[in-house]
Design a protein around this ligand. Structure first.
Ligand code: URP
Ligand code: ZN
Length: 464
C-alpha cells in the first residue's frame, strides 16, 4: 500500500518519454512502472493526457529584493506561492551580503531564516558576497559546510556596493577548484556601463529606451570573456547567469569545446522579448540587467539551448510592481532592475520553445529542472523521478490554453512581461515531497511546509 499513485500519465524525464505510473510513499518516489503495475494506494491521481515531470527547479530567484529604500512587492511568501502555481518545487535564492558588517555565514543564516518561515516550496541559497577582501574567499569552506556550495558574484553594480573586484573573482575560482563548489557570475563590464550611463544622463538621455544603449552587447561579452579566462587559468568551474548575447554565447561555446567547465543559464525574457520593448510607453517596467536584446541574440540563445551550450533556463524572478518600476519614470538609472517570471517560466518555454520546435520536450525538462539539480548539487534527490528521489512532481496539462495576464497569476506583482501572450500548457498540479502543494488552482500547504535544502555539488554530474 503506497500513499499516492499517479496513474496513466506520460512521464518526461531527461532519460526519455514513456507512459508510466508512479508510486509514492511518504516523501519519496517508491517506484516507477508500466501503467497498471501498482495497485493499492491511499490516494490516486489520474494524469491521463498530462505530462508528468520532475518538479521544476528555479536556481535564480530574488524574493523580497531590496532596491534603495524599497523591497520588491513579491516577498518571500508570494514569490514561492507563485513558484508553486507555476510547477516549481524548489528555488535557489540569494544570501546577499547587503550588510558588509555581517559575515557570509551570518548572512546565509539570516536569509535562510527569512525564507524558512514563509516557504511553500523547498529552497537553497547562493552565497552572494559584496566585499572585495580575503575574508570573502576564506568563507567558501564554511559555506559549503552550511549546505551552500555555490557563490554568486556581481561584476556590475559597483556604485551600489554590490560588485566584487577581479581579484576576488579570481581568488574564488582558485579557492573553489577541487572543492565541489561553483561560482556563478553576473557578467557585465562595470566601467563601460558606468561611463555610458554618465554620458547618457549628462546628455539628458534618461528614458527607458536609452537603457539598452548604455549596456550594449560588449558589456556582457567582455565580462563573460574575462570570467571564462580567469576560470581557464584557475581550472575551476564557472556558471554564467542570465546570458543574453550571441557574443557571450560564442565565448562559452568555444570554452566548452576546449574542455572548460563553463555552464550557462538564460531566462524566458531573453528568449521572447527584444530591446524594442523599451520604446513602449511602459518601457521602464522591462528594465533588467543585462537588458533585453535583439532578435538575432534571441535566436542564437534558442540555438544555444538546443545544442546544449546553455543548460538552464531560470526566471531571475525579481518582482517589482508597476508603482515601484515607475519610481524611475523618466530616468532609467532610478528604476529597480529585474522582471517577474517565476510562474510563467513553464508555459512560456513550452509554447515558444517546444511547440515552435526550437527545443524538444526532454530538453525543456532538462533546462527547467534536471540540469539545475545536476549543476547545483541536488541530483538525484531532486530533478529526477526514480525510486529514492524526493517525490517532487510537476503535472503539466499541454492542452491548457491561456492568455497570460497578471490577475490570473498568484504573486503580488500587478503586471507580467508576458501580458497578452497566448500560451499553451500550464502546470495543473504540483507535488512536493509527496504532498500536493497546488491542485485545482489552489495552494494546499501552509507557510513553513517548504524546507531549506543543503546542497552538495558533484561536478561529475554537470552537463558539460
Ligand atoms: O535585473 C536583474 N537581473 N535584476 C535581478 C536582481 C538583481 O539586482 O540582481
Ligand atoms: Zn538575478
Amino acid at each position: 500500500m503506497v500513499d499516492l499513485l499517479i496513474r496513466n500519465g506520460t512521464l518526461v524525464t531527461s532519460e526519455g518519454i514513456l507512459r508510466a505510473d508512479i508510486a509514492i510513499s511518504g516523501e519519496k518516489i517508491d517506484g516507477v512502472g508500466t501503467p497498471g503495475s501498482f495497485t493499492g494506494a491511499a490516494k490516486e491521481y489520474d494524469a491521463r493526457d498530462k505530462y508528468v515531470m520532475p518538479g521544476l527547479i528555479d536556481p535564480h530567484v530574488h524574493a523580497a529584493h531590496p532596491f534603495r529604500n524599497q523591497v520588491s512587492d513579491d516577498d518571500c511568501y508570494t514569490t514561492m506561492v507563485s513558484a508553486a502555481h507555476g510547477g516549481t518545487t524548489c528555488i535557489i535564492d540569494f544570501a546577499i551580503q547587503w550588510d558588509k558588517n555581517k559575515s557570509i555565514i551570518e548572512t546565509i543564516d539570516l536569509r535562510r531564516k527569512q525564507l524558512e518561515s514563509d516557504a511553500v516550496v523547498d529552497f537553497g541559497l547562493h552565497a552572494t558576497p559584496t566585499k572585495s577582501s580575503r575574508e570573502t574567499i576564506e568563507a567558501v569552506s564554511g559555506a559549503i559546510l552550511q549546505g551552500v556550495p555555490s557563490f554568486k558574484v556581481y561584476m556590475i553594480y559597483r556604485t551600489q556596493g554590490r560588485m566584487v573586484d577581479d581579484a576576488v573573482l579570481h581568488g574564488l575560482l582558485e579557492e573553489m577548484r577541487g572543492k565541489n563548489a561553483l561560482l556563478m557570475v553576473h557578467a557585465e563590464n562595470a566601467p563601460i556601463a558606468e561611463f555610458n550611463q554618465e554620458l547618457a544622463l549628462a546628455q539628458g538621455r534618461n528614458r527607458a529606451s536609452e537603457f539598452p544603449l548604455v549596456k550594449p552587447n560588449i558589456v556582457e561579452a567582455e565580462a563573460v570573456n574575462r570570467a571564462v579566462y580567469l576560470n581557464k587559468v584557475a581550472g575551476s568551474g564557472l556558471y554564467i547567469a542570465h546570458l543574453s548575447t550571441k557574443e557571450g554565447l560564442e565565448i562559452i561555446r568555444n570554452a566548452q569545446v576546449q574542455g572548460q567547465r563553463v555552464l550557462a543559464e538564460t531566462c524566458p525574457h531573453y528568449l521572447t522579448l527584444t530591446g524594442e520593448t523599451y520604446k513602449r510607453s511602459d518601457g521602464e517596467r522591462f528594465i533588467c540587467s543585462p537588458p533585453l536584446r535583439s532578435q538575432d541574440d534571441l535566436d542564437a540563445l534558442w540555438r544555444g539551448i538546443a545544442d546544449g551550450t546553455i543548460s538552464v533556463v531560470s526566471s531571475d524572478h525579481c518582482g517589482f510592481g508597476t508603482e515601484q518600476k515607475g519610481l524611475g519614470k523618466g530616468d532609467f538609472s532610478e528604476t529597480p532592475n529585474g522582471l517577474p517570471g517565476i510562474e510563467t517560466r513553464l508555459p512560456v518555454i513550452y509554447t515558444e520553445g517546444v511547440l515552435k520546435k526550437r527545443i524538444t520536450l526532454i530538453q525543456m525538462v532538462e533546462v527547467l529542472s534536471t540540469n539545475a539539480a545536476r549543476i547545483f548539487g541536488l541530483y538525484p534527490r531532486k530533478g529526477s523521478i526514480r525510486p529514492g528521489s524526493d517525490a517532487d512532481i510537476t503535472i503539466f496539462d499541454p492542452n491548457d490554453t491561456r492568455v497570460l495576464t497578471a490577475d490570473k497569476l498568484h504573486g503580488a506583482v500587478d503586471w507580467t512581461p508576458y501580458d497578452g501572450m497566448r500560451t499553451q500548457g500550464f502546470a495543473c498540479a504540483t507535488i512536493l515531497r509527496g504532498k500536493f502543494i497546488v491542485s485545482e488552482g489552489r495552494l494546499r500547504v501552509e507557510r513553513g511546509f517548504g524546507k531549506f535544502v543543503g546542497r552538495e555539488i558533484k561536478p561529475e554530474t554537470w552537463p558539460c
